[in-house]
Design a protein around this ligand. Structure first.
Ligand code: NAD
Ligand code: SF4
Length: 442
């Protein structure tokens, strides 16, 4: 049984409420930080832990925090990115819905470390029932002296506000989120300057994902060095994975980053295997933005090593034979799934969510959707496959924000690994409407 640091108390009835959370050791980490540590000492623990951003990019959290500019007389902000919109990803929702106080506690410690007296939780519009849960948790934390002025006599002041998004995927991109918080259209900004230097209202701002900020609580409880002992190499600690698709036990799992992909899919502790005796066809392990990997590349890396659930192992081999950890939105496809259709579904999503600021993304996402639709509906030509390849290449790396790459990578990976399935759709247009290609390329 893997160690649980975020979900260890999830089974306790009423853990959603302050008294139960506090009665089970909650707010001990905040107490430790505010009463006995300087902000630099907390930062040091976070650095020692090796914690990396859990939203998808995996950027070292301690390093990001140390980048925050500290000009005299200018406020600093902490923004919690709860705009979890990546298809296949629903781990932050679980934390906020069932253990909201671990997030609030993490926000208090992180704000204290950064010297931020105001913190915003920006939450996706579709999570319509969760702001109330968070607001209740914030009110209870305040009633018990964990928010407001002079928290627990530490001299530190903090207010946390919940801001509801309106349902745009792009507002999960940190600079679009900041624009939206400022009351403007959620258009990403060009970086640099990074938010750590010029963020919300041009002030130094750290934007971190929900899970990242919650993870600060166990880091302080057990110590950064102890946290870093879990996992492999630079993939330290535990990671929440939201598992979905063709598996027996979809849900949110906390894993130590030292188990294999095969164990995650087949063990009873996690996904419990593929239903109805079907065979595994492919997997998208990090949310829709990361490359799809066929089953024959999923369990072993190109070097022949066991593929592990770590940032490094999942991306081993680059995009030729690897993929990415991303946000931990783990999507499993069995032999009945059509890769062309799956790719079209993602392409439609990205075309719809593109903010339209840059032409490679605005035009390219629409173009990829049209070409994919032609192939999927039996109207494609062989040259369309090369056309698709060409379009995605012209998007990648040529846009303001990562949405362009996120739209391009799934198309590139689908062609790279399943080109024969695309060709079969084109050579068998009528058959492709009534049956799937299956596993014929293995
Ligand atoms: P990024 O690599 O551009 O940045 C990572 C973080 O590090 C940012 O906060 C950035 O400001 C900071 N940073 C990087 N270099 C810096 C520097 N020199 N100085 C100061 N700060 C610096 O990636 P990103 O745009 O934050 O995230 C992209 C990822 O988000 C994608 O890979 C995708 O997996 C993921 N994603 C997640 C969801 C979700 O719902 N969880 C949705 C869409 C995308
Ligand atoms: Fe907007 Fe797409 Fe450009 Fe991002 S890449 S700024 S979503 S047009």
């Amino acid at each position: 049984m893997g160690r649980k640091l975020l979900l260890d108390k999830a089974h306790i009835p009423g853990i959603r409420y302050y008294d139960t959370y506090r009665g089970n050791g909650g707010y001990a980490a905040a107490e430790k930080a505010l009463k006995g540590m300087t902000p630099d000492q907390v930062l040091d623990e976070v650095k020692k832990s090796g914690l990396r951003g859990r939203g998808g990019a995996g950027f070292p959290t301690g390093m990001k925090w140390s980048f925050i500019a500290k000009p005299e007389g200018v406020p600093r902000y902490l923004v919690c990115n709860a705009d979890e919109s990546e298809p296949g990803t629903f781990k932050d929702r679980y934390l906020m819905e069932f253990i909201p106080h671990i997030l609030i506690e993490g926000l208090i410690i992180s704000s204290y470390t950064l010297g931020a007296n105001t913190c915003y939780i920006y939450i996706r519009g579709e999570y319509a029932w969760i702001p109330e849960i968070l607001e209740e948790a914030i009110a209870d934390a305040k009633k018990n002296g964990w928010l407001g002025k002079n928290i627990q006599g530490s001299g530190f002041d903090l207010e946390i506000y919940v801001q509801r998004g309106a349902g745009a995927y792009i507002c999960g991109e940190e600079t679009a989120l900041i624009e939206s918080l400022e009351g403007k259209r959620g258009n990403p900004r060009i970086k640099p300057p990074f938010p750590a230097v010029k963020g919300l209202w041009q002030s130094p701002t750290v934007v971190n994902n929900v899970e990242t900020l919650a993870a600060v609580v166990p880091i302080l409880n057990i110590g950064g060095e102890e946290y870093a002992k879990i996992g492999i190499g630079k993939s330290t600690g535990t990671k929440l994975i939201s598992a979905c698709g063709n598996i027996n036990k979809p849900g949110v799992y906390e894993i130590e980053m030292n188990i294999s992909v095969e164990e995650f899919i087949y063990s009873e502790e996690y996904c419990g295997g593929i239903p109805n005796g079907k065979r595994l066809k492919a997997c998208i392990p990090g949310g829709s933005s990361v490359p799809i990997l066929p089953a024959n590349l999923l369990f072993k890396t190109a070097k022949g090593d066991t593929r592990m659930m770590t940032y490094e192992s999942l991306s081993d081999g680059g995009f030729a034979t690897g993929t990415m950890m991303g946000s931990g939105g783990f999507i499993v496809l069995d032999e009945d799934q059509c890769v062309v259709k799956n790719t079209l579904t993602f392409a439609r999503f990205y075309r719809h969510e593109s903010c339209g600021q840059c032409s490679p993304c605005r035009e390219g996402t629409g173009w990829m959707e049209k070409v994919l639709k032609n192939i999927e509906t039996g109207k494609g030509k062989m040259s369309d496959i090369d056309l698709l390849w060409d379009i995605q290449r012209k998007i990648e790396g040529n846009t303001i924000c990562p949405l362009g790459d996120a739209a391009a990578w799934p198309v590139a990976a689908a062609i790279r690994h399943f080109r024969d399935e695309f060709e079969w759709h084109i050579t068998h247009p009528e058959e492709a409407q009534v049956r799937n290609f299956g596993l014929a390329h293995y």
